[in-house]
Design a protein around this ligand. Sequence first.
Ligand code: HEC
Ligand code: HEC
Ligand code: HEC
Length: 560
Amino acid sequence: MRNMRLKAALGMAGVLAMTAACCVVGPALAADSASTADEIVRGGEPDGDVQYPGKEYIVENYDKWDKIAEEYAPEIIRYSNGQLVQRTPTEYECPHWMQQSWTISYNTYYLDADNRGCNSCHADMNAMIENMEYKHATIDNKALETYSDVNQCISCHRDNGDDFGRLIHAIHYNERSGNKFAEGSNGTCQSCHDATADGNGMQLWDNVKHEALQGINKVENVQGEFASTQDKVQTQDELYSYDFVHGYYDHMRYACGPNGLDIDLPQSMFDEWEFTVDGNVNAPYTKKLPELVAEAEAAGVVVTKPSKMVCELNPIGGGGIGQAEITGIPVSWLIEKAGGYTEDTNSVRVIRADGSSRSGFDLSVLDKGYLVYKIDGEYLSARHGFPVMHWQETYDAQIFSKQINGYHVSSDVMDERVCGQVNQEDAHVNRPNVTVCGVPEGLIIQNGKPFTFNGYADAFDHPMKTVEFSMDGGETWTSFDVGDVDPAKWLWWSFTFTPEKEGAYVLSVRGTDIDGEVSYRNHEVLVNAKDEMPSEDEITEIGKIVDPAMANGDASGDQQ
Ligand code: HEC
Ligand code: HEC
Ligand code: HEC
């Protein structure tokens, strides 16, 4: 028995000599060695109780690497909402061909993974954006629990024609922050990039880390329980608003909204609000808003129903989407009241209270437009456009103008509307959009227990057809047909998966719409399945210092 083991070990050396001669090196050998690691029971002594001359040298080397593994243990943090996150996978097995330890902490000792990627310094990117001096659009969505990542920044910033690299390089190397980045945080190019020899140059670490890191279990044709519904609704407070500050009335809404002074606008504004329907109509009119609402209610035309709102720019992974119960007057009825539209009419412009008109809608979707005065049974909040907003089902939120005071029926020929964002290469970067909510990168879950991933799927005016999952980096996909989908509503899905082996898993999600269009990018989240939850002394709290990189003094930068 003893000799057999020893023989096997010597046999290995033979293989080493051979493969080395074929010049196969490094990670290419990793696959071979997995079986070797499996045969040796981890945790005890190398080679079990087999004894051989010089064994103490081998044992000592294993001990040394165990100490390194302790010192370089992947960092575990607790978000202020209680979620435990470990961004770098634990290496439970040592898939290295040179079997000289239970682990060489490849991820943390060599690749320095805990100190790379935007999240290594900005533990919570939502908080980082919120804490900027600059009043950024509200990309945080607490109700949906979405987490910002660099691809979302790129979706808005680069795919719109700006250069995001220029902005981010300047921010980290400028006179104001350069020192804090370099000295306070040990920041280098490698903090954000992966410099490789594969011809791909300086890729973002966050985009390649799932391929580079060890300890990620792959599951072919991942199985799980899938369910979906279009009925999930949010309260008005939960419903997102990007709070763009683009013009005069935006300023008022921003100042009164939750990011500003959080104050209610006076009811008198509703009572005094005048509303006009004019243009290509037979009998234009202007009426006080309460009067118009009372007439519509009396006529029984007011509609109350769950309906979706989604921003044209909502990135994959983003929180610019929601669904709430709206109460509104059909625009068709308002135009009917003006004696109907004249013959050559093809569109309706939505007029904002400052006299401007951002856009209009084609007559073909007239029956999908509403003048909304309540959400979730309550009058609108300032940020949602008190006293009235326009709501256009199946269009993106660009046309959901707030604080409007009229419809101008017209014969402007509108461009054909393409919902969602199109980049310079004509790709739909956010259609279809399948996003996982509530799972920050690196979330720790219990091994052996079912875990339910949730999220939304949406393709603007195109009905979704499938929602698809992969746990082997996109090699195989498990596809679920979502049946008949109403594009005026979002699709909320759940997928329950049970990890059967300790280690990290990366769930990739994507979808297709009824035209067969596939998501431009997958949304990916990494979770760590553990037999035992981490003990308190392994956890770093980040609840109090929301963004270490931006805090002053000792707490800055590196969290190790
Ligand atoms: C090695 C640490 C480190 C990494 C990695 C890092 N940052 Fe930063 N970041 C900083 C520091 C330090 C500052 C300056 C903070 C200050 O001046 O208070 C900063 C500032 C910023 C700001 C400006 C905030 C403001 O107040 O105006 C933005 C935006 C930002 N980072 C985005 C990113 C993005 C996106 C990534 C990933 C691509 C990233 N950072 C990666 C350390 C880092
Ligand atoms: C929903 C779209 C959207 C997302 C997502 C988004 N931004 Fe922005 N951001 C904007 C817009 C719009 C502006 C204002 C640009 C302007 O005024 O020209 C802006 C402005 C900024 C600015 C001020 C400097 C400038 O270019 O105007 C910084 C810095 C910034 N964003 C960083 C980020 C970072 C970092 C992320 C990712 C965490 C991010 N943004 C995600 C839309 C977005
Ligand atoms: C704080 C994060 C950060 C740091 C530090 C950083 N970069 Fe970048 N870099 C970015 C981002 C973000 C982009 C834009 C990526 C995109 O738009 O896809 C980028 C883009 C680039 C690109 C273009 C890549 C391509 O494929 O087109 C190069 C080259 C580059 N960086 C080089 C560097 C070098 C050299 C350093 C060190 C001196 C450095 N970067 C430091 C964040 C960073």
